[in-house]
Design a protein around this ligand. Structure first.
Ligand SMILES: Nc1nc(Cl)c2cnn(Cc3ccc(Br)cc3F)c2n1
Length: 508
């Protein structure tokens, strides 16, 4: 429904109408100081790669559609049936422009000017703080995230930016805002009909002409905005088609949907061996969909810094395709998506590296994955053992590499060992060993040898068996180093039977 009204009906009386013609329809404004500063930050330093201006403008467009839906819902108005909630991109490689148009809530003149100011005020002040303190962002971050500095990113690639917008509010005219991002902008009240929503037209710089090429823009939209809930069209062809599975109710997702999604995020064509969907809102907002591949990693995968498999999103918008700081190195074989609202959309790649928010996500995720795998081991021991045989090198590397005893022991929960009390090949965990230690037994005992038979025939083993103690058998020399490195677990010392015997005979 084109509810826009022509300006002439907008001014009730003739008198007003008469003056209307003389009202200066184009006003010139100076950018505030903060805006200048922010524009400079954004245009010069903020974004590692320019292409994300498309992500930012699409996110603003999607937010405008979400705000419209929210406003109409809370106003009790029914969702007007034929009211399209869509995002349109138009590229024109003759005139070197790209336009992002939404049919969302739109802006009044005051809102446009205030938003520019708000972004600039909260943006530059908060942004400078963020750069300094790198505290986890306060809710102001949400304002930026909401209609963020993202708009300014258009100036990274444009000689000038032209915005046509009309608010959903009754009797509001449309406006055209233009600026070259230098010191001022113009805002013109439009006399003719303007459809509700906002369209941002970027007049691209010569060195950014690629963003007026349909194919280039399609790839960028698929990369960053594939999961944006509103339909996105480029020159009237729909481009986004995948559902953000990680936002959906875990119980409603079928196995083959996971397989399709896993193949999209992992770039591998096997299936998930394990699937973990993880949602928390405190201490931070986190939606994660984690897959462990069916595929057995080869020595190359283990030794090289293989392609890190976890992508970071914020509210369904891609922030970083290979967010390797989201998981500890030893979990680099994990694939999937982590989405956090608390990540301000506009943090640059560098800032993401070591913020304490990222450290918190890393700790929460790795502990949740360990807990999940322990649960899986109890649910299906054989399946876990198969997984353990394929992935144990990653855990051992993790234990040896970390300096933190707590983390060593967390990872050690995943280890499995041959035991004197079990059939060969029926592996037990350290926790299972501890649960069945004899009362006066103080330590966890292990014996390293080339094979089970040689272990069982070792004099060391015989002695300890007299005491009725269970002994873990390890056959690889690196396992001996590993256990020495681990040194203890759950306050019990890990003792090699060989060393134990000597000290016993030496009556300490
Ligand atoms: N698409 C879209 N829709 C809406 Cl409702 C808003 C509100 N703020 N922004 C960012 C923005 C864009 C242009 C100008 Br001029 C000012 C400005 F803050 C929005 N962008």
């Amino acid at each position: 429904t084109r509810t826009s009204i022509p300006i002439r009906r907008y001014l009730a009386t003739n008198a007003e109408q008469a003056t209307a013609e003389s009202v200066p329809r184009v006003e010139k404004h100076q950018f505030q100081a903060e805006t200048q500063q922010l524009l400079h930050i954004v245009a010069k330093s903020l974004y590692s790669d320019k292409e994300i201006f498309i992500r930012e403008l699409i996110s603003n467009a999607n937010d405008a559609l979400e705000k419209l839906r929210y406003v109409q819902l809370s106003a009790g108005g029914e969702q007007v049936g034929d009211d399209k909630r869509e995002i349109y991109l138009y590229v024109d490689d003759i005139n070197k422009t790209i336009t992002i148009k939404d049919t969302g809530i739109g802006m009044t003149k005051k809102e446009a000017i205030d938003n520019l100011g708000t972004i600039a005020r909260s943006g530059s002040k908060l942004f400078i703080e963020e750069l300094k303190k790198d505290k986890t962002n306060t809710d102001d971050g949400k304002i930026i995230g909401q209609f963020g500095v993202g708009f300014y990113s258009a100036f990274m690639v444009s000689n000038s930016v032209e915005v046509v917008t009309r608010s959903y509010k009754k009797d509001e005219p449309g406006y055209r805002w233009t600026s070259d991002g230098s010191g001022s902008y113009e805002i013109e009240t439009l006399l003719d009909d303007v459809e509700r929503g906002t369209s941002i037209r970027c007049h691209l710089r010569d060195d950014c002409a690629e963003f007026s090429k349909e194919e280039t823009v399609k790839q960028i939209v698929k990369k960053y905005s594939n999961f944006v809930s509103a339909p996105i069209y480029i020159n009237d062809v729909r481009v986004n088609n995948l559902r953000a599975l990680w936002m959906e109710d875990a119980k409603s997702i079928k196995e083959d949907e996971h397989t399709e999604f896993y193949r999209f995020v992992s770039g591998q064509y096997d299936k998930p061996r394990y699937t973990l969907q993880y949602k928390i809102d405190v201490p931070i907002n986190l939606r994660a969909l984690i897959y462990i591949p069916q595929y057995k990693p080869n020595i190359f995968d283990v030794t090289q810094e293989s392609d890190v498999g976890v992508a970071l999103y914020s509210r369904k918008v891609l922030i970083q395709p290979k967010a390797n700081q989201l998981l500890p190195r030893w979990l680099r074989f994990v694939k999937g998506v982590v989405d956090s609202e608390d990540i301000p959309l506009n943090l640059s790649r560098e800032l993401l590296q070591d913020s304490n928010l990222i450290r918190k996500i890393r700790l929460l995720l790795s502990q949740r994955i360990i807990r999940f795998l322990q649960e899986q081991s109890k649910k299906d021991k054989a399946k876990y053992q198969e997984f353990y045989e394929d992935y144990k090198l990653f855990f051992k590397e993790g234990i040896v590499r970390t300096a933190d005893q707590g983390e060593k022991e967390d990872i050690a929960k995943l280890l499995r060992f041959d035991s004197s009390r079990e059939e060969q090949g029926n592996l037990i965990s350290l926790e299972e060993y501890i649960d069945r230690m004899v009362p006066e037994q103080k330590h966890i005992y292990y014996l390293a040898g080339p094979s089970r038979e040689l272990c069982e025939n070792s004099p060391y083993y015989e002695a300890i068996r007299q005491k009725g103690y269970e002994v873990l058998f390890v056959y690889e020399s690196h396992d001996e180093v590993l256990l020495m490195q681990l040194a203890e677990f759950d306050k019990k010392k890990l003792k090699s039977v060989e060393s134990e015997l000597e000290t016993d005979t030496k009556k300490d």
